[in-house]
Write a protein that binds this ligand. Structure first.
Ligand code: ZN
Length: 301
């Protein structure tokens, strides 16, 4: 069984501390994954505060957010301008590329993306991706080969914009199988590799799931005969939950599981000639444990 491993990096601290730790953890097990970097200003504190309403407070308390993210992340960008992550933590990004991990664009400004993808101009979204891709290219010497929308917030306009970049695939939604998006009756060229599994903050504290039972729960969600894609966060699995994550990796490896970068899940040209990738679209949906909507795979109407 193959499990696509996606690592989202949202903040300066996640890049500086979480990424090197994850690189160590993965190297020790000879695993490669796909790192999606946010490289522009870290305004994530602003993002967390914006969500400060009762439901979010309950979630903060339930998941012990200050312990999980650190107060510096929660305050980042609230009282002072956010630092440019790609400049302040260039070495960590370079290291991930040197270690042979697949490198993709997550965001220029994660906070701006999550709070405004619904209403921002398409030219602005394009400029964000271009800026992030340019800085990643400068840092790693290679253009990023894929992209993943922050918070799985992806619209048809964003899907169309992806086609202007030389990405091999994108991972912009939740779903169950690899598909080629159809927008305005036109099939796009870049396949989607959806995230199939819940994230740590979505399930911890829900239905009695604790750190003691989390790994067993997650292993139970893996499907031997279907697509498996797990998203971990440099801020969580690379820092406070690093040991828990190591135990998860070892548990899955002991059962014969193999972690791979997302790009390795794509069918080869020969395979797809005889069995073409299905078509699909991305619709907005609310899912358990997450604020607001996310993009979810749906059949073409
Ligand atoms: Zn993110």
């Amino acid at each position: 069984m193959q499990i696509g491993l996606r690592i989202d990096v949202d903040t300066l601290r996640g890049t500086r501390e979480g990424v090197p730790r994850l690189c160590q953890i993965l190297a020790a097990r000879n695993i490669h994954g796909t790192f999606f970097f946010s490289v522009g200003p870290d305004n994530m504190g602003r993002h967390l505060w914006r969500l400060l309403r009762p439901q979010f407070l309950i979630k903060m308390l339930r998941s012990n957010a200050p312990g999980l993210y650190g107060w510096d992340i929660i305050l980042r960008g609230t009282f002072w301008p956010g630092p440019i992550i790609g400049e302040k933590a260039a070495d960590a990004i370079r290291q991930a590329a040197l270690d042979g991990h697949e490198i993709g664009v997550h965001a220029w400004d994660h906070h701006a993306w999550q709070s405004s993808t619904d209403h921002v101009a398409e030219s602005t979204v394009h400029a964000w991706i271009q800026q992030a891709a340019d800085l990643l290219t400068r840092l790693t010497g290679q253009p990023p080969t894929c992209a993943a929308a922050p918070g799985w917030r992806c619209t048809d306009g964003i899907l169309q914009d992806r086609e202007q970049f030389p990405f091999h695939f994108n991972s912009d939604c939740r779903g169950t199988s690899i598909f080629r998006p159809v927008v305005e009756s036109k099939e796009l060229t870049q396949p989607q590799i959806p995230n199939t599994l819940p994230t740590y903050d979505e399930v911890i504290g829900q239905n009695g799931i604790t750190n003691e039972t989390y790994n067993d729960y997650l292993v139970g969600q893996l499907k031997p005969d279907a697509l498996n894609v797990l998203t971990v966060h440099a801020e969580v699995e690379g820092i406070v939950c690093a040991e828990l994550f190591e135990q998860f990796l070892d548990k899955v490896i002991a059962q014969g599981g193999q972690f791979v970068p997302l790009g390795q899940l794509l069918p080869s040209t020969r395979e797809s000639a005889s069995n073409p990738i299905e078509r699909g679209k991305i619709v907005k949906q609310v899912i358990p444990g997450r604020e607001g909507w996310v993009g979810v795979q749906a059949p073409v109407g």
